[in-house]
Ligand binder design. Structure first.
Ligand code: FES
Length: 79
């Protein structure tokens, strides 16, 4: 019996990165592994476009003024 694969979770951080939690490998467009920039078990991916270490977040969102758009209203319940 095989163990179930670890579930990966992606959390959109308010005014920040995408936090990827779980056993993931980040590949470039040719399929090569992009080495991580630290030994943390989670991976933070840049979504502000200002990181000097893309695709990883280097904290530049904090000084670049990156802010999320206003949160959308909650979707109505499905009938
Ligand atoms: S989200 Fe952190 S540097 Fe872009």
């Amino acid at each position: 019996m095989s163990l179930p694969a670890e579930r990966v979770t992606i959390t959109v951080r308010k005014n920040g990165s995408l936090l990827v939690t779980g056993d993931v490998t980040i590949l470039d467009h040719t399929g090569n592994v992009i080495p991580r920039i630290n030994d943390k078990p989670n991976v933070a991916l840049c979504r502000c476009g200002q990181s000097q270490r893309k695709p990883y977040c280097d904290g530049a969102h904090k000084t670049s003024g990156f802010v999320d758009p206003v949160d959308p209203p909650e979707a109505p319940p499905v009938p």
